[in-house]
Design a protein around this ligand. Structure first.
Ligand code: ASP
Ligand code: MG
Length: 456
């Protein structure tokens, strides 16, 4: 069972989490994975950055954090052993930040160490609370379980060693009837240096633990009822999807249904363990089950996902026709300037290549393209670079679309009937996703129209 920051933001929520864990424990052994309390990771990063800049405000930032952490712990388990060990951690953190201030340098390696305090402090508190409430629990530092490389800030997991360490070290807790309360997000290298799995990486940690333990289920407890058929803030008729396949979940999470970190599926798929999305604020709700054998939805698609803040770059020119290598040059330039292409389409006339990316990366990309393709422009092989801003990528997703004729017909007819203009279209041969681009101004209409056409 993994609980995220918003489920752990104050003493009341933490008590609620403990109650959910205790209830589950009645039916069989449980391992718990936690992220930091809401806002703590951001504060830690903020403090490290201020210290690096020589800005003494990190000290007040740190004392606010100290107050919040100690107050929460005192409220939950009183003063004593727990608050003392938190004080020790906070003192160490202060020394590290002071070191960063002195050398005016915060390397990714140092930042990983700083970030690790959020999860470590939180697990210390929650393990003590569970124990105090009669469910013996042990704070478990994932640095002893998750082995990674030294790619700090988003380290890569060595699964062989990690699975072995989980089996060896967590097996004994089950035998002793204790609940391990494991730090999400963090790991360590074979030299024992602290690493992190990337922001919001605790979901991934939970899935790694679940797979390592060959658990019956991996439960990601968050603050929504499950995977929604569309963004409920925009589509009031959106509903919780009861079952989705691993592939659908990956597509949905990548395309903006941000209930779960996309990497979470990797270990779960690896050992075929179902992943549940559950709501800590509504534990009675069944949630969404993500599994290999997910029941196929009765509707033609499973869900709609969207990404806003997109922009489109069109590289146009007659000289690209029948000339191998131009596309590869365009994509290399994009890679070199670290502009991430979200969607691509090229018509068979080969007269233009259309790329959709985040608005914030377009300036850089356009500049790099102009520089890198100067020769081609001079030779008039490429005529121009068109930029269109304020766009939204919308995707319909579902395993059932595969091999079912008529879905795209229905999609574009519904858009046409509602006067929604489509700027670009892409469908991969997996046929699990049809993506298209519209203007941001038409986003609400688009999502409602498509939801109605397929899901209502
Ligand atoms: N605490 C980490 C973060 O805020 C990991 C997580 O929340 O999953 O990114
Ligand atoms: Mg989080």
């Amino acid at each position: 069972m993994k609980f995220g920051g918003s489920s752990l933001k104050d003493p009341e929520r933490i008590r609620n989490v403990a109650a959910i864990v205790q209830k589950e424990e009645e039916t069989g052994p449980v391992a718990v994975v936690l992220s930091a309390m809401q806002g703590i990771t951001d504060s830690l990063i903020g403090a490290a950055k201020s210290a690096e800049a020589g800005d003494p405000s990190y000290r007040s930032n740190l004392s606010d954090m100290r107050e919040r952490v100690l107050k929460t712990a005192t409220e939950l388990v009183g003063r004593g052993e727990v608050t003392e060990s938190l004080e020790v951690m906070l003192d160490e953190l202060e020394e590290i930040l002071h070191g960063i201030e002195l050398v005016r340098e915060c390397s990714p390696r140092s930042l990983d160490l700083v970030q690790s305090f959020g999860e470590r402090m939180n697990c210390t508190v929650v393990a003590a609370l569970l124990s105090a409430e009669g469910s013996p629990a042990v704070m478990t530092d994932a640095r002893e379980l998750v082995r990674t490389d030294d790619n700090h800030l988003s380290a890569n997991v060595d699964f062989e060693i990690t699975y072995r360490q989980i089996e060896e070290k967590l097996g004994s807790y089950e035998a002793a009837g204790e609940i391990p309360v494991i730090t999400g997000f963090i790991g360590s290298t074979n030299e024992g240096v602290t690493t992190t799995l990337g922001r919001n990486g605790s979901d991934y940690s939970a899935s790694i633990m679940g797979a390592g333990l060959r658990a019956e289920a991996i439960e990601i407890w968050t603050d929504v009822d499950g995977v929604m058929s569309a963004d409920p803030r925009i589509v009031p008729n959106a509903f919780v999807v009861p079952e989705v396949s691993f592939e659908e979940a990956m597509e949905l999470s990548y395309f903006g249904a941000k209930v779960i970190h996309p990497y979470t599926m990797i270990p779960a798929v690896d050992r075929t363990i179902p992943v549940w999305i559950r709501n800590t604020l509504n534990p009675e709700a069944p949630g969404t089950r993500i599994a290999k054998d997910a029941a196929k939805s009765e509707k033609p698609i499973t869900g709609i996902a969207s990404i806003d803040g997109a922009a489109l770059i069109n590289v146009q020119g007659g000289g690209m026709v029948g000339m191998p290598g131009v596309a590869s040059k365009v994509f290399s330039i994009m890679a070199e300037c670290k502009a991430n292409i979200i969607m691509i389409s090229q018509a068979s006339s080969e007269h233009s290549i259309c790329m959709v990316l985040r608005e914030s990366e377009t300036e850089r990309a356009l500049h790099a393209l102009r520089e890198g393709l100067r020769e081609e422009v001079r030779a008039k092989k490429i005529q121009n670079f068109e930029l269109i801003r304020d766009l939204e990528i919308v995707s319909i997703i579902g395993d059932k679309m595969r091999g079912t004729p008529g879905i795209s017909g229905r999609l574009f007819k519904s858009l046409g009937d509602n006067e929604i203009n489509v700027l670009a279209i892409a469908q991969g041969s997996s046929e699990r996703n049809i993506s298209f681009v519209v203007q941001t101004a038409q986003r609400e209409d688009t999502l409602k129209t498509v939801h109605q056409a397929f899901l209502e």
